[in-house]
Write a protein that binds this ligand. Structure first.
Ligand code: UD1
Length: 362
């Protein structure tokens, strides 16, 4: 008899994390996976394109929850997930990362006494002002099996008294990075169509509520990026949240020298990452992707869940409130000594996860 899993995803980074695991499920015979997409991300370039490019099956359910305040968005998800879980009666519910979709999925399952499996468990920023920190702490504490991407994540769980069924697997995002780097080289023409030369531009992403939702902070970041753009190309695929806030605060003039794109697909993003001279971001995933492709990264945050990238010299944190003279930080980072990080595994995290699920649930 096969194990029936319901996977709950909804935001862009979760599609990227789920891709290698869902593909590994499909390649085996012991697991039947049914996917619920909450609809947290709904624009085609924030959602559909990832299913196409990452060779994923389309979700069996789409809840079309869309945007809203945290309570409204999470509540709407809970309401819509519950009847599906009751009807499908799976052996376990699988969630990824730290978004509102993660919390809604894990909470709904645990109330129905369905075991929760959390991939990317144990990460902590120790900043409870971030919605993601609340989502991951709560999810970890109601999960039955916890797959950790790093050894530090295992340690964080131990510190909170979570020791049972904790498995260190390495990072599923590394699996994705290895599996799709070649495909990106063949399929993406974003460099050519935009006249971009290798190691000749900065790549920027920005979407964290802490950075986008306060006018002074957002203005400060954009002015620094604009200064940078006077001497080198700055490429900025813009997240819908950031676009909305730039327009709300009337900061469009600060984008004058920056090359702004609408959100782009995964293969184009990988091509831009690999060929950037430096990445400037506030994304958790992109900090690591920068390292996977051996590109130095400036992270516009006061803390990171991916400490290894900092201690091994690849990542430099700048709290956005204190960002001045970005160029100086970049120069220092480019020259700093850098070493390999072993924690993220060997690109086989998804295989280990499938083996462990078979072990726990057969
Ligand atoms: C969410 C996650 C964050 C993750 C990020 C990746 C939470 C609390 N946050 O943040 O951890 O890093 O996804 O992108 O779950 N919007 C659109 N179209 C879309 C999606 C969003 O226009 O397809 C706009 C809406 O105006 C919305 C805003 O973006 O209000 C924010 O979207 P939301 O999903 O709430 O949060 P993210 O900032 O994307």
């Amino acid at each position: 008899m096969s194990i029936k899993i319901i996977t709950i995803i909804g935001a862009r980074p979760q599609f990227i994390k789920a891709a290698p695991v869902s593909n590994a499920f499909r390649n085996g015979e012991s697991i039947l996976e049914i996917v619920i997409h909450t609809g947290q991300h709904y624009d085609s370039n924030m959602s559909n394109v990832f299913f196409e490019e990452l060779d994923m099956n389309l979700p069996e359910y789409n809840l079309n929850v869309g945007s809203g305040n945290h309570g409204e968005q999470t509540g709407e998800m809970l309401k819509k997930i519950e009847p599906i879980l009751i009807d499908e009666n799976p052996d376990m519910v699988l969630v990824y990362g730290d978004t509102n979709s993660t919390l809604a999925g894990s909470l709904c399952a645990s109330k129905l006494h369905i075991p929760v499996v959390h991939i990317e468990a144990g990460l902590r920023s120790f900043n409870k002002n971030m919605p993601e920190e609340i989502n991951r702490i709560l999810t970890d504490h109601i999960s039955s099996v916890l797959f950790c991407p790093t050894k530090l994540a295992v340690k964080n769980l131990i510190n909170e008294g979570i020791v049972k069924n904790v498995v260190f697997t390495g990072d599923v995002m590394y699996d994705t990075a290895l599996q799709f780097a070649e495909k990106s080289k063949v399929k993406s023409s974003i460099l050519i169509t935009n006249y971009l030369k290798e190691k000749n531009y900065y790549l920027v992403t920005l979407h964290r509520a802490e950075n986008t939702d306060c006018k002074e902070i957002l203005e400060n970041i954009l002015s620094e990026l604009n200064k940078l753009a006077k001497s080198s190309k700055v490429i900025f695929p813009i997240h819908p949240r950031t676009k909305k806030m730039i327009s709300k605060f009337k900061l469009e003039n600060l984008l004058s020298d920056i090359t702004v794109f609408e959100p782009i697909g995964f293969l184009d993003m990988v091509a831009l990452e690999i060929n950037a001279k430096c990445i400037i971001t506030d994304s958790g995933g992109i900090q690591k992707e920068a390292y996977f492709h051996k590109v130095p990264c400036i992270t516009l945050r006061a803390e990171t869940e991916w400490q290894e990238t900092v201690s091994h010299g690849w990542n430099y944190l700048i709290p956005p409130t204190g960002i001045t003279k970005l160029q100086n930080y970049i120069d220092k980072l480019m020259q700093s000594e850098k070493s390999e990080i072993e924690d993220y595994g060997d690109g086989q995290a998804s295989k280990k996860i499938v083996e462990a699920i078979n072990y726990f649930f057969k």
